[in-house]
Design a protein around this ligand. Structure first.
Ligand code: AMP
Length: 298
């Protein structure tokens, strides 16, 4: 069955309200479209906690910097609707910019602390745009569960914080990162990569796999795990923006020798050619990326 497509806020909100009034539990998967199997995994997870699944598709201008890829970000609503239909999605909300940012728009949501480091530093204003649009999409949907990927690890922490702080009637559900068969985290931006760049990009999951294996083997030192990650990235031709071992909740750097399972994450951002990629691994919790064609000893 094809999902019902809404471009207007009033109609979408009314449909969500009607479903709830009829006794349905609703789950929302917010996306920017260019949907792939990582998004589909979120849709399936949404289905397990709700009777009806909504997907929003909105390339949010306020989370892109002036020199970023807002204009060239891939958009294909027809293909996205087919992907949603295949995943059994009930509603698609694909508003235009004027619906989300009404004339005279003057309000932003800013989450402090969590956004001080990492992508918050390298992409000024990014998380303010994310926090604002997520708040709007959750407000438009009303009481629901909302599913977010751990692929965007810092974003997930920001969303959890704002949902708590703004008393939103929403349960945030997180979903593990989905990877392509070669180990690269699935991303809409992967389609920018040439085959040679894609090969270079595998340095990210390789570095995470090296860190994850060291942790599995008993390494608990943030400094030594950081050194393993740095060495793996130094051997590759990618421009590292940051590589850090951080507290999994606060995202503050960890420097100690006592990393507990599930309490620390490796966060990575790097450029491959013109494409910026991010990836991460929660040590002792996330599956260590499986890498195709890997020759190094395990
Ligand atoms: P995006 O369309 O890239 O803004 O992503 C929409 C949602 O899908 C966010 O919650 C992302 O974290 C999630 N997502 C994107 N790629 C993946 C992936 N490879 N695995 C899991 N979740 C993902």
């Amino acid at each position: 069955m094809n999902p019902r497509l809404f471009t207007g806020l009033v109609e979408y909100r009314a449909a969500c309200d009607a479903l709830r009034t009829g006794g349905s539990r609703l789950a929302l998967v917010p996306t920017m479209g260019a949907l792939h199997h990582g998004h589909q995994a979120l849709m399936r997870a949404a289905r397990t906690v709700a009777d009806r699944v909504a997907v929003s598709i909105f390339v949010n201008p306020t989370q892109f910097g002036p020199n970023e890829d807002f204009q060239r970000y891939p958009r294909d609503l027809g293909a996205d609707l087919a992907t949603c239909a295949a995943a059994g999605v009930d509603l698609v909300f694909a508003p235009d910019v004027e619906q989300v940012y009404p004339r005279g728009d003057a309000t932003r949501v800013r989450v402090s602390g969590l956004t001080d480091h990492w992508c918050g530093k390298s992409r000024p204003g990014h998380f303010e745009g994310v926090a604002t649009v997520v708040t709007k999409l959750l407000s438009a949907t009303g009481p629901c569960s909302a599913v977010f990927g751990r692929k965007d690890y810092q974003q997930l922490q920001v969303v959890k914080r704002l949902a708590t702080d703004l008393l939103l009637p929403v349960t945030i559900i997180e979903h593990p990162t989905q990877r392509d068969p070669d180990g690269l985290a699935t991303s809409s931006r992967n389609r920018y990569l040439s085959p040679a760049e894609r090969e270079r990009a595998l340095a990210l999951p390789r570095a995470l796999a090296a860190a994850g294996r060291a942790f599995q083997a008993g390494e608990r030192s943030a400094a030594r795990i950081g050194a393993i990650v740095d060495a793996a990235l130094a051997a590759a031709s990618v421009a590292v923006e940051y590589a850090a071992v951080v507290d999994a909740a606060s995202l503050e750097p960890r420097h100690d020798e006592q990393l507990e399972p599930g309490a620390a994450a490796v966060l990575l951002a790097a450029r491959v050619g013109n494409t910026r990629l991010i990836d991460n691994l929660v040590l002792g919790q996330d599956r260590v990326p499986a890498l195709a064609n890997e020759t190094e000893a395990r």
